[in-house]
Ligand binder design. Structure first.
Ligand code: CA
Length: 421
């Protein structure tokens, strides 16, 4: 067992009941306080542990230099999964209720602990490259049914490889930053020519993304058995989508301006190590994939996913409850497929799952599916209806794991939609 995952451990830091950040989680992020410089932190209960300060005070010995003082996590992530594990283990022991080493140093504790309510969270990594997969069979089937042909909803390649496309890294933004409704071209129903204007069908996509460690050299591949060693951790990923723009532009090269105006992420990266106790089997894959995509053991994770819509000056309505385990293609398969041609990956690259829809209508991960292309409007708790996302709506996504022994989560990604300019 990974030392930091010990379910019996308690911290001397108070952890509120139901917190996403018990001592078994220890997710990494980048934060700042006031006008201070951005640096690396770890969430514990309602606190942020300042890793840079902790290193300078001599408490972190599993790294030789202060890789936590940078405004992004890339230098730390590039050190690989053995270092990630060592730092998490060291933090777990340092903040253990039974360990007096840091607990009794009140002046040091004041230097390394901040209230989450008092800090600003930033993009945790400098994202070099971003890939978006399309790995939920239910989502691909629903979209294929609506956009193309109900009798051939899945294209012939779908059951043989994890379909994906290269997205835009520059417009991935942290939770809390408002998203402007995009303008673009669309083809109205029955019309012969496209029109230009604000998207009328703005949507969210409920996804998770994994962040990679440093990969191999160009030309080399990462096999499926070693793939998870190259995964640092995961965040919640809202891949904002403009369905009317998408429908008109996506043939033949796939998504473009309907997707690249913004993708919002939760700020804390939960490590793959922390997710270890939540491994489950994924869906049965039939037909059997080609050998380079065949795997052993449990490669999926039981992560509950929720999406909420909050109209302006109103209450939040839960519109979806899905689970990461519904994904047909797992992360190891995605990474093995991504590098099978010799494509290289770098520390801090992003790989999104694609919309994660489950088997039931309340588990669909987008408004397109939940309101079935606008034909089944959703009733919100304040009595209003939604077919898609309206201006001034806030979309919030949450993710958590609970195996009956330890509950932990990812925090949230929450962003408001502003009118087009
Ligand atoms: Ca997507």
């Amino acid at each position: 067992m990974i030392e930091a995952n010990n379910p019996q451990r308690r911290s001397f830091i108070e952890i509120p009941e139901g917190s996403d950040f018990p001592i078994q989680n220890l997710p990494f992020g980048i934060f700042s306080v006031g006008d201070d410089e951005q640096r690396a932190g770890v969430a514990l209960g309602e606190k942020v542990i300042d890793l840079s300060a902790l290193f300078e005070l001599g408490y972190l010995t599993s790294v030789d230099e202060n890789v936590f003082s940078y405004p992004m996590l890339n230098p730390f992530i590039a050190m690989g999964n053995a270092t990630t594990r060592a730092v998490r283990n060291e933090l777990a022991l340092l903040f253990d209720a039974e360990n007096p080493k840091l607990r009794e140093q009140k002046s040091d504790l004041e230097k390394v602990l901040f209230n989450q309510a008092d800090v600003t969270m930033h993009l945790p990594v400098e994202i070099g490259d971003y890939t978006d997969f399309y790995s939920s069979k239910e989502h691909a089937t629903n979209v294929g049914t609506m956009f193309r042909d109900p009798n051939n909803a899945l294209l012939p390649n779908w059951l043989h490889l994890p379909v994906g496309y290269h997205g835009r890294a520059s417009s991935i933004i942290p939770s809390g930053i408002p998203v402007r409704r995009p303008k673009g071209q669309s083809l109205p129903a029955e019309a012969e020519n496209p029109v230009f204007g604000p998207s009328k069908l703005m949507d969210f996509e409920l996804e998770m993304a994994f962040i990679s460690h440093q990969g191999k050299d160009l030309g080399e591949r990462i096999s499926i058995s070693e793939a998870e060693d190259y995964i640092f951790g995961m965040v919640i990923f809202n891949d904002w989508s403009a369905r009317d723009l998408q429908k008109w532009e996506y043939v033949p090269l796939g998504p473009f301006l309907a997707k690249n105006f913004a993708s919002s992420i939760s700020p804390w990266i939960v490590t793959l190590d922390a997710l270890e106790p939540y491994r489950v089997d994924g869906p049965v894959q039939e037909p059997t994939p080609l050998p380079y995509l065949q795997f052993e053991g449990k490669r999926s994770f039981d992560i509950n996913l929720e999406a909420y819509i909050t109209p302006e000056n109103s209450v939040a309505s839960k519109v979806c409850h899905s689970n990461f385990k519904f994904m047909y293609w797992n992360m190891a398969q995605q990474l093995a497929h991504h590098t099978i041609n010799g494509c290289n990956i770098n520390a801090g690259d992003f790989f999104a799952s694609g919309t994660i829809s489950g088997p039931t209508p309340d588990s669909y991960g987008s408004m397109l599916e939940l309101a079935w292309k606008g034909t089944k409007p959703l009733k919100l708790d304040d009595g209003s209806e939604r077919k898609f996302i309206q201006d001034h709506d806030t979309v919030t996504m949450k993710a958590y794991c609970d195996n009956g022994s330890v509950r932990m989560g990812f925090g949230e990604v929450s962003s408001k939609v502003l009118p087009a300019t």
